[in-house]
Design a protein around this ligand. Structure first.
Ligand code: NAD
Length: 368
């Protein structure tokens, strides 16, 4: 019997609602396997700030340090409500970036996946989706503009100014490239390197290091693409992509576009992997516009559990069953509000009902 400790950071907005559904799935995984999960809930994000004055309190840090893996819900408030928190304690700056820095979770994997049978979820035409969208965005997660020096003030001319630094060293680029090439060599052996070297010197170094790493993976075909062109290509012909690698901010933006072409950010789970610790979170935010209504799509959170099972606990077969259970619910014609537009033929169910149906499907699957 294996025993794993999982820090549960439910977060803000829809976070607690979709986390509850993910926890239901973890309980069923325990029933079906020789494994126990010790769940360690901890406050993180705006809720933590209002409780304790810190968005990432010491106690939460201690729980995360102790855990074998971390399951994190989205954090953050609406644009207006964010102003209730001092700038440096606002959830991304006060909690999310420090979490990433603490565990050096430099490799962020964001699958963007939609089988042909679910093409009706997407705003793209069925012929654009063809046999289905199945790509992974590999995003560098602890460098670049988001982690560089930041300064705000008033300059000598009396004008307010801001300065933020985009910095990478070659080791940071090499380690994310190695992850991307490794993944590409296990999949279609096709890697799109997304950059902006016509403007940014950081991309010039990025591409140099990419070419050095590429020598170790001669069977992987590399296609270089400017980030602006990649944004268009994702809409016009997403099926040309398999693995895409990019720096932190490009990955933040293009992965939300990934959710857009699928039809909802609710379909976007992710894994954030460091050398010693990994955490798993939906790619999206706390969706304050739909929080508390029992209408959020928990697929992103349950998918993050599937990624945790595979990456942190070597439970690949059970992870596949979780994906299959969720696809099964869709195949039966159900989904949450985000994907059940009028006339789509999809029957709308709540967040809780979606979780219940996934659990029901999972229980019916042969044990591994
Ligand atoms: P968002 O991702 O929360 O929401 C964008 C749109 O997608 C909204 O219409 C929302 O209802 C919808 N959506 C998102 N997840 C959904 C789900 N699971 N099911 C159904 N619909 C879903 O982006 P936002 O509104 O710009 O940001 C809200 C807050 O989240 C902000 O405070 C932002 O800073 C924060 N944020 C946090 C993270 C994180 O925790 N990693 C990531 C992005 C944004």
């Amino acid at each position: 019997m294996k025993n794993y400790k999982i820090a549960i950071l439910a977060g803000d907005g829809i976070g607690p609602e979709i986390t509850a559904e993910a926890v239901k799935v973890l309980k069923v995984i325990e029933e079906r396997n020789d494994v126990t999960f010790e769940l360690l809930p901890a406050a993180f994000g705006a809720c933590a700030y209002f409780e304790s004055g810190s968005a990432f309190p010491h106690q939460t840090k201690a729980i995360c340090d102790e855990a074998d893996a971390i399951l994190k819900g989205p954090i953050g408030l609406s644009h207006e409500d964010s102003k209730r928190i001092p700038i440096d304690e606002q959830p991304e700056r006060g909690a999310l970036l420090p979490l990433r820095r603490r565990y050096n979770t430099y490799a962020n994997f964001r699958p963007v996946s939609l089988p042909k049978s679910l093409a009706h979820f997407s705003p793209l035409k069925a012929e654009v989706i063809g046999e289905g969208i199945d790509l992974v965005i590999v995003r560098e997660l602890v460098g670049g503009l988001y982690f560089g020096e930041k300064e705000m003030g008033v300059n000598d001319a009396g004008l307010r100014y801001v300065r933020e630094t985009l910095e990478y060293d070659e080791s940071q680029i090499r380690q994310i490239m190695q992850q991307a090439f490794k993944l590409a060599s296990k999949r279609r052996k096709l890697l799109h390197n997304i950059h902006k070297s016509n403007v940014l010197k950081s991309s010039v170094l990025w591409n140099e290091v990419m070419e050095e790493v590429a020598k170790d993976y001669p069977d992987v075909q590399v296609v270089n693409m400017l980030v602006d062109a990649a944004a268009t290509a994702l809409c016009l012909k997403p099926t040309q992509f398999d693995v895409m690698v990019m720096e932190n901010m490009f990955g933040d933006i293009l992965s939300d576009q990934g959710g857009g072409i699928l039809g909802s950010l609710g379909l976007m789970p992710s894994a954030c992997i460091g050398p010693d610790k990994a955490y798993y979170e939906p790619s999206h935010g706390s969706a304050p516009d739909i929080a508390g209504k029992n209408i959020a799509n928990p697929y992103s959170m349950i998918g993050s559990v599937a990624m945790m099972l595979e990456n942190s606990f070597d439970m690949e077969a059970e992870a596949k069953n979780v994906w299959a259970a969720m696809q099964g619910v869709f195949a039966d014609g159900y989904s949450t509000a985000d994907l059940s537009k009028p006339g789509s033929g999809v029957t709308m169910i709540s967040t809780v009902e979606f979780g219940d149906k996934v659990v029901e499907k999972l229980r019916q699957m042969p044990k591994v």
